[in-house]
Design a protein around this ligand. Structure first.
Ligand code: ADP
Length: 229
């Protein structure tokens, strides 16, 4: 498979807006998007033994194994990276150096010509926690659209708490409870430095976005930094 497109790796804490910006890129730029969190929640909803194990890990704020997530992502990339595709966003992957190594090897071998761009979302933990506590998600695992009850949000939930995209009920994610959020932030920060050092050492530029700003401004900054017109 020989390609010429961008593979953007979104790195940032939970609540940074990675999924929301990915949605903008999908709708406005026609890019493909993979959220590993969405993929894992879909797997849980299928009720298999593997799904039960994943559910347990997610509820504890820890990471699923590198081997499992690497193979899920490779499978998705093989199925989704078609000719003529402009860009793909990996939201929430890689999260560890082992995942990043595996992805870089896969891209070199199977997605020749792809431009890897690391996009780092800078935001304080307090802002991230505030956003997560106001977050609602569509319970339809094929949709998982995200809403926010925060003042001035462009993605407010409807009064009937039904998803504006698919009509299903929206609700809270089980791992958005305050105690789990704290653990997710600790898990993220534990891996962040090593992950960024790994990219720097192999010469990948790290593009830094101010993720505390409103989403439309973040999207404009993202396009400018990525040289997208
Ligand atoms: P967030 O980025 O807000 O933590 P996600 O929806 O991306 O939320 O992920 C939810 C959970 O899914 C994570 O806390 C983790 O348990 C699991 N997960 C997602 N992506 C990965 C990954 N790349 N490696 C290991 N576990 C992952």
């Amino acid at each position: 498979m020989s390609q010429d497109h961008t593979v953007a790796l979104f790195v940032g804490p939970p609540g940074a807006g990675k999924g929301s910006l990915s949605g903008f890129c999908r709708r406005s730029l026609g890019w493909e998007q993979l959220s590993t969190g969405d993929l894992l929640r879909k797997c849980i909803s299928e009720g298999s033994e593997l799904g039960k194990q994943i559910d347990f890990i997610i509820k504890s704020g820890k990471l699923v194994s590198d081997e499992l997530i690497n193979s899920m992502v490779e499978q998705w990339l093989i199925e989704s990276c078609g000719q003529g595709m402009r860009g793909v966003i990996l939201d929430g992957y890689p999260r560890t150096v082992a995942q990043a190594k595996s992805l870089c090897e896969f891209v070199e071998k199977s997605l020749k010509g792809s431009r890897l761009k690391v996009v780092r979302f800078l935001v304080e933990d307090t802002v991230a926690v505030e956003r997560i506590s106001a977050r609602f998600v569509c319970t339809n695992k094929d949709c998982q659209a995200v809403y926010s009850g925060l003042k001035n949000s462009a993605m407010k939930p409807r009064e009937d708490m039904k998803c504006a995209q698919c009509g299903e009920q929206i609700g809270k994610r089980q791992d958005d409870k305050e105690s789990v959020v704290k653990d997710r932030l600790i898990t993220y920060r534990r891996h962040e430095k090593d992950l960024l050092d790994f990219y720097r050492d192999r010469g990948n530029q790290i593009i830094e976005c101010d993720a505390a700003q409103p989403l439309d401004e973040l999207f404009n900054e993202f396009k400018t930094l990525m040289n997208i017109r």
